[in-house]
Every structure is written in C-alpha cells, then in structure tokens.
Design a protein around this ligand. Structure first.
Ligand code: EPU
Length: 430
C-alpha cells in the first residue's frame, strides 16, 4: 500500500504553483477527436486522469507525442475506430466526453459507462436527452453505451437542460461543433472549464457563442483544424491549497491562478477571518488569528463549488462556533465525515446538510481517502493536526492533484509517500 504520512501542526510559508485545470483537460483531450490536424495542448496537469484519456486516444489510433512535461501534440486525423476500450474508460468519469466527441466526429460512438468518484447516483440522462434531440439513437447493451446519429451526422436543435449539468453542457457542445445547423443549449452550466472548452474549440475553427452564460449557441462547421491551446489554471487545486493555509496557518502566495475564478472561495475564507489578497495572476493567503464560523452552500458556478466542499469542511472543523454546510449538487458527498471524526472533528450529517461544531485541533489518525476531494480534505486535516496522520488509498488523490507531496513540501509541510509492501498484500486479499 502506498500512503501519505503527514506530521502536522506546522504553518505553511512560501509560494506554490497551480497546474492546468483537471476538469478542463478531461474535456479538451476528447475534444481533440474532432480536430483534423495536430492539436498542441499546453498546461496539461500531470495527473492520472489525463494519462488515462491520452492512452484511450492512443488505443483509438491517435498519434500522441509528449513535447515537454505539460505539453502534448495530439493528432486524431487518422482514427477510424469509434469503440472505446473498456478497461481504461471504466476508471474515469470523464470518459463520457468521448460519447459527444465521437458522435460529433463519426456520427457513432461505443463507450463503456463512466467510472469516477462515488457520490450516490451519477446519472447521465441529460447528456442522452441532448444526443437524442440531435438525432441520435442511444441504448445500453453488452455493457456499452451505443450511440448513433440516425442520418449519419448530428443535427443542430434547441435543448433545455432540466438540471444545470457541467458534463451535459460540455458533451452536447462536443456533439454540436461539427453538426448540421445551429444547436442552442439553454440552462447551460457556466463553470470556467466550460468557457475553456469553448475557447479551445473556437481556436480550432468552431463557432460557439455564449459559453459562460446560461445560453450557449453552437453553429456547426464542416471541419476543425489544428492549433495550439493552453489550458486555464485549476480553480479547485488553487482553492485546496488556499484552504490548507487557512487550516494550518501561515502565509503562501498561490501562483498561476485566475483570481476571478477563485472569488467564490476567497469570499468564504474572508468571512472566516483569513486574509486573501488578489494579485494579477496570484493570491496571497495569510492566516495568523483564529478562524470564525460560517455557513456554506454549494451551487453551480459562480456559487461555491461542490468540489471544494470537503476541503472547506476541514477548515470549518477548526473554526470557533457552529457552521452549517448544505451540499446543493450531489446526493452523497459526506463520505469523508467518519474519517474526520477519527481525527476529533464534531460533525453531524442529515441528508445534504452537515452541522460542524468547531474544535480546537485535529489529532493525527490512520485514515483512508474515499474519493478525490475527500482525500484532499484529509491531507488538509493532516497538515493542521497535532501528531501523525497516515492516509491510505491515495490513488484517489493522484487522479486530480499533480505532485501534491512535492508542492506541499515546498511550502514547509512535513508530508511524504510511504510504500509498505506487506500491507499491499493484505489489501489485495481483503
Ligand atoms: N445530473 C443529472 N443528470 C445528468 C447529469 C447530471 O441528474 O445527466 C445531476 C447530477 O447527479 C448532479 C448534478 O446534476 O446532482 C450536477 O452534475 P454535473 O453533470 O454538473 O457533474 P459532472 O459533469 O458529472 C463535473 C465534475 C465534478 C463536479 C461536477 C459539478 C468532471 C469530470 N467532473 O461532474 O468534479 O463535482 O461537475 O461541478 O468535470 C471532481 O473534480 O472532484 C468532480 C467530482
């Protein structure tokens, strides 16, 4: 078993660089399927979700070349295959973007149902509603989602999303860029990564208007051609390190960010008594005094992001007074609470609401990451805790955080990766 061992209780000082956005990268890589020519994608985060998607493109027949640590050239011009290999696709949630991209490119797609973090049900009915409205037949058989445009090419139409869905908005955009005619998505999601995907596609010749508002219009074009695109910084990675400073104390310059994307997180930290100073492409986070309680409700952008909910909970556990979190996006995103309790947190959960009574400190414990952001929150708790925290199942964390151990060590954290072969055997048996 590989685990993180953290000796906590040390304030964090220095500078930290933020990588490219995971949730933009995992849509932009499949989007390369729509491009006739070489896409140079820059500022890619080095995380396992990115590696998996690049491997899937290669298995489909794409030419993928590494240019440097954060840049790849992807050429999908010669792909003829629209069936995604099962083993790789099941490991990742974002494999669903391959449905929209392959439908757009070939008018057909065969993709296994998506994997990813478990937050209760994760339906994709809104994605399918969009594809069907654009003229595709979609059914599930033999463990695969089969989608096929009835007349060989997707057809533009007007689609109203019943739920604001990041995935459905981006997937329908992917299916629409090469479609016949105009597609209009109403009640679209507005996250920064949606704008980033639109900017990527537009830079390759697509005609997408309104990304970042709740109505997106996509006029289908005949072809997209190659180009170079740099992915935006990761809002959630930045927010996670901001929360780490809030919990552990200290002063850190979080660099290579778009401060506007962080405003929803900054606002909450300010309410809790943390200093946050915006610079052009950085934020300075400082916490020296006590943390004060607040309430948080997660909502689609520009609301407070659900992907920061466990991390802000870790900070609120240390704030004076009673805080209330309302999870407004997922049914079951409190699976980390039992692990926090082992560290001394006082949290009661009822459905989508968590009530947190602030405690003086966390105490180190042996805990297990249960999903990506929950794992990141456990790291934050460990950094602030008195004593030693051991976190297992760290593969969840490495799906979405580039070099988290190196980055945190660079700002003074005492965190290291430990491999214990015996426990590895036990884990396989158990
Ligand atoms: N929903 C439906 N039907 C659908 C799609 C969504 O009912 O067809 C519901 C979901 O069950 C959920 C809500 O709508 O209650 C929002 O889901 P959304 O589709 O926006 O989520 P997603 O696209 O599956 C992405 C991110 C998640 C992030 C959410 C919300 C990726 C790969 N994943 O998921 O990120 O929590 O948007 O912002 O982009 C993470 O990075 O840790 C992560 C889980």
């Amino acid at each position: 078993m590989t685990k993180y061992v953290i000796h906590g209780g040390k304030p964090l000082y220095g500078e930290i660089d933020i990588s490219g956005a995971k949730n933009a990268a995992v849509a932009i890589i499949p989007a390369a399927l729509l491009v006739d020519g070489v896409c140079r994608i820059e500022n890619l985060p080095q995380i396992s979700d990115v590696t998996l998607l690049l491997n899937i493109l290669q298995e489909l027949g794409a030419d993928v070349r590494t240019v440097n640590r954060t840049t790849v050239d992807v050429d999908c011009s010669h792909i003829r295959n629209a069936r995604v290999p099962e083993e790789l696709a099941r490991k990742i949630r974002a494999s669903y973007y391959l449905i929209g991209a392959l439908l757009g490119r070939f008018g057909s797609a065969e993709v296994p149902p998506p994997g990813g973090c478990d937050f209760g049900g994760r339906p994709i009915d809104q994605h399918i509603k969009g594809f069907v409205a654009m003229g595709a037949n979609v059914d599930v058989r033999g463990g695969y989602i089969h989608a096929k445009a009835a007349n060989g090419r997707m057809t533009g139409t007007q689609i109203y999303l019943d739920i604001v869905s990041v995935g459905a908005t981006m997937n329908i955009m992917l299916a629409a860029v090469l479609a016949d005619g105009l597609t209009i998505i109403e009640n679209a999601a507005k996250e920064p990564h949606i704008v980033d995907l639109a900017n990527f596609l537009n830079s390759m010749g697509a005609e997408i208007m309104g990304a970042g508002t709740d109505v997106i219009k996509i006029r289908g074009v005949e072809r997209l051609s190659g180009g170079t695109y740099s992915i935006i910084p990761d809002q959630i990675e930045a927010g996670t390190y901001m929360a780490a400073v809030a919990a552990a104390g200290g002063e850190v310059l979080v660099k290579n960010v778009i401060p506007k994307h962080l405003e929803c997180i900054t606002a909450k930290l300010l309410e809790m008594g943390v200093d946050v100073e915006e610079r052009d492409d950085a934020v300075l986070v400082r916490r020296t005094g006590k943390l004060t309680r607040t309430n948080v409700k997660t909502l689609p952008y520009p609301g407070f992001p659900t992907d920061m909910q466990p991390q802000i909970a870790a900070v609120l556990c240390l704030a004076e007074g009673t805080s209330v979190i309302t999870e407004g996006v997922w049914d079951n995103r409190y699976r980390y609470v039992d692990e926090f309790r082992r560290m001394g947190a006082q949290i009661q959960v009822d459905g989508k609401i968590a009530v947190i009574e602030g405690v003086e400190k966390f105490t180190g414990a042996r805990i297990q990451a249960c999903d990506l952001r929950a794992g990141a929150a456990m790291v934050i708790a460990g950094l602030a805790a008195q004593g030693t925290t051991e976190i297992g199942r760290i593969h969840h964390i490495e799906r979405g955080y580039e070099d988290i151990v190196r980055k945190l060590s660079g700002i003074g954290a005492d965190i290291r990766v430990v491999v214990t072969p015996d426990e590895d055997k036990q884990a396989q048996v158990g």
